[in-house]
Design a protein around this ligand. Structure first.
Ligand code: HEM
Ligand code: HEM
Length: 292
């Protein structure tokens, strides 16, 4: 049930995100590509310009989405009283949804015209979103419980041992296959890698892991293991073991990288919000009140 609920939860985010983008594009297809000086002649100008009914509205909604997405995650993560309000992982997914769709709405609010001091806020927003994607990538390299707590190295080593034992005793794989799996899943080989090498290795291993698994599949067939279910489970456990070993080996590096990432991500989020506040103050002072 939990799995189904989660798929529905993420599915709704994806659907809303994709639908919003399609509606914004279709609605402004004949307006946004026009050169700035020709836009005033378009009958869409009065609603799609940044101060127009739609342009202004999506600026406000997009900004509110970012504020809610950041505040809710920060509060949920820190307030003891909220610790049992759903898994932190789901709140992070909510943060990512709000802080991806929000900036897209703000992009359409600007009508693709990035002038004045508020351009600094806009580009800070772009940097925060892009760095968010990198942050998410590093985040998932650090094994955590579903509650978002980091799992200790001893527990990780134990899980890895359990996987090896499963292959050895439950599926009775012979010594050669176990050795070939173990030699390609050595946490030690990742330990002294530099940060850039670690990032490169994670990407490179998407391909090397796949080719190893292909090789393993043909080895299993040679050994006479043809039962589809058993075959599938062995490949699944081996894949888990390979990923876990890499995460164990890179744990220290990724934790360090994640600390640096926070130092980079936060100031841009901060400068985006501060300049946005000045921008909102100035527009209100100039009498732009939207529907109010
Ligand atoms: C991070 C959030 C926001 C960003 C990055 C942003 C960015 C921009 C940009 C680039 C422009 C066009 C400037 C130009 O004409 O050269 C603009 C215009 C405008 N924005 Fe925003 N905006 C944001 C949020 C808001 C919010 C929340 C409001 C309202 C409460 C708002 C109200 C306006 C108005 C009224 C204009 C038109 C100003 C004019 O035509 O002189 N913006 N914004
Ligand atoms: C304008 C957009 C965004 C803003 C203003 C923003 C802001 C923030 C802030 C302030 C934090 C620190 C939270 C804390 O330490 O409690 C954070 C954490 C994080 N954000 Fe974003 N974010 C944005 C977009 C994104 C996107 C698009 C992604 C992913 C694709 C993302 C992924 C993350 C991750 C992985 C964390 C770390 C969570 C943790 O350490 O517990 N963010 N973000």
């Amino acid at each position: 049930m939990k799995g189904k609920f989660h798929t529905l939860y993420v599915g709704i985010f994806l659907l809303v995100g994709i639908l919003s983008i399609i509606i914004l594009i279709v609605n402004g297809l004949s307006y946004y590509p026009l050169p700035i000086e020709e836009r005033v002649f378009s009958n869409l100008h009065s609603s799609l310009k940044p101060s127009g009914a739609i342009g202004h509205g999506i600026g406000i909604i997009g900004t509110l989405m970012m504020i809610i997405g950041v505040a809710s995650y920060m509060i949920r993560k820190r307030m003891r009283r909220m610790f049992d309000w759903g898994y932190l992982k789901y709140w992070l997914e909510f943060h990512i949804f709000m802080c991806t769709v929000g900036p897209i709405l703000v992009l359409f609010h600007t009508a693709f015209k990035f002038g004045g001091i508020v351009a600094v806020s806009f580009w800070s927003m772009v940097v925060v979103v892009l760095s968010g994607v990198v942050g998410r990538f590093i985040y998932i390299q650090i094994p955590r419980t579903i509650q978002g707590k980091e799992i200790g190295i001893n527990e990780l080593n134990e899980t890895e041992l359990v996987l090896t034992e499963q292959l050895q005793f439950e599926y009775n794989l012979n010594k050669e296959i176990i050795e070939s799996i173990s030699s390609s899943t050595q946490p030690l080989k990742y330990i002294n890698m530099s940060l850039s090498m670690s990032m490169f290795t994670v990407i490179k291993e998407i391909f090397t892991f796949n080719s190893f698994l292909k090789h393993l599949k043909s080895e299993l067939k040679k050994q006479g293991i043809t039962d589809h279910n058993k075959h599938h489970k062995i490949i699944h456990i081996t894949k888990q073991k390979m990923i876990l070993s890499r995460r164990i080996g890179m744990l220290r590096t990724m934790q360090k990288l994640f600390r640096y990432w926070h130092i980079f991500h936060l100031p841009f989020a901060f400068s985006m919000f501060i300049i946005m506040l000045i921008h909102v103050g100035v527009t209100i002072a100039f009498g732009y009140r939207w529907l109010f």
